[in-house]
Ligand binder design. Sequence first.
Ligand SMILES: *Cc1c(COP(=O)(O)O)cnc(C)c1O
Length: 360
Amino acid sequence: MLKLMTPGPTRVRENVRLARSMETTNPDLDLTFYDFYKDTCELISQVLNTKNPTYILSGEGILGLEAACASLTEPGDRVLVIDNGVFGHGFADFVRIYGGEPVLYTTDYQEEIDAAALQRYLEEDHAFKYATLVHCDTPSGRLNPIREICPLLKQYGILTVVDAVASMFGEVIQADAWNMDVICGGSQKALSAPIGLTFVTVSDDARRTMHDRKTPVASFYANLLNFETYYEDKWFPYTMPVSDIYGLHFALRNVIEDSGIYQRHKENADYVRKTLRDAGYQIYGNSGYSNTVTAIIVPEGMTAEEILTSVAEESGIMLAGSFDTFAGKLIRIGHMGEQSNALDVKLTVEALLKVLSKSK
Ligand SMILES: *Cc1c(COP(=O)(O)O)cnc(C)c1O
């Protein structure tokens, strides 16, 4: 099997894989499971530095984004869609599906969002129910300064929905200090848990807004309000995937016990970018580099496909290309979660450089 160095799904540590083979229970009837689920949700809130509750939903990261939009959007709502990447832009679809009016704030995909420029925009127009933004936009490796953007939006009374699927557990998140309302995460990125779960954190302001709706949420599966009283009522809106949640719990413990996790992500990311640049290759973007993923511009004379195939065949390492507007143009290394370790990162960069050097 190839060694995974993709920006999700990522490699899963043995204790997480073993946790998934533990004997299962009936999660609806076994009252101890409600405590286990709650404890697991609280571990996520702990990592995000928030007092707000988190809910784990059965489904991939995309479900988390959709659930946030489904639960907040009412027909006719204006929603500010902050767009400097593929996922940033993609939020407009979810807003539209639930009857909202997405207003795109689109900036150069090579730059992080500039909070001062956004503020000038908001001075002219801030009649938005909520705003969507992406912490790390994975297809291009862009990282946005959410610590500046979320408090700014809050000043204008705009709720925030932050897609932190590809940053969470690799980049520090101070949800309460940064006034973040709804935060979406996923199991298969920097958490290094298997594919299949998403989690959504909901602030008091966001919860109140959901309760104040005049129209019902146009979804059952994606309605976050259905999770609100699971613990008191001992009732889940649908049967919880017990084994997935066992795995998630152990993956969260791995993260929490790993005191050097953010520093390591930073060092490995810096190493990848410096080594590739020193060798004469270009990293995509001019500002806002994520510590979880790096996107390298495919050099002239080679195709992304050739590079990926050669790295796999010669070194047994799986890298990723990119998609949407970046398809064929970028190669990506996922130095996140279990893959953010000095040895694998070094072997990966060496393997990539060996292949790239043939184009020179
Ligand atoms: C991976 C990812 C998602 C979720 O995508 P899935 O295909 O559901 O895993 C959402 N947003 C970002 C930024 C991601 O990297």
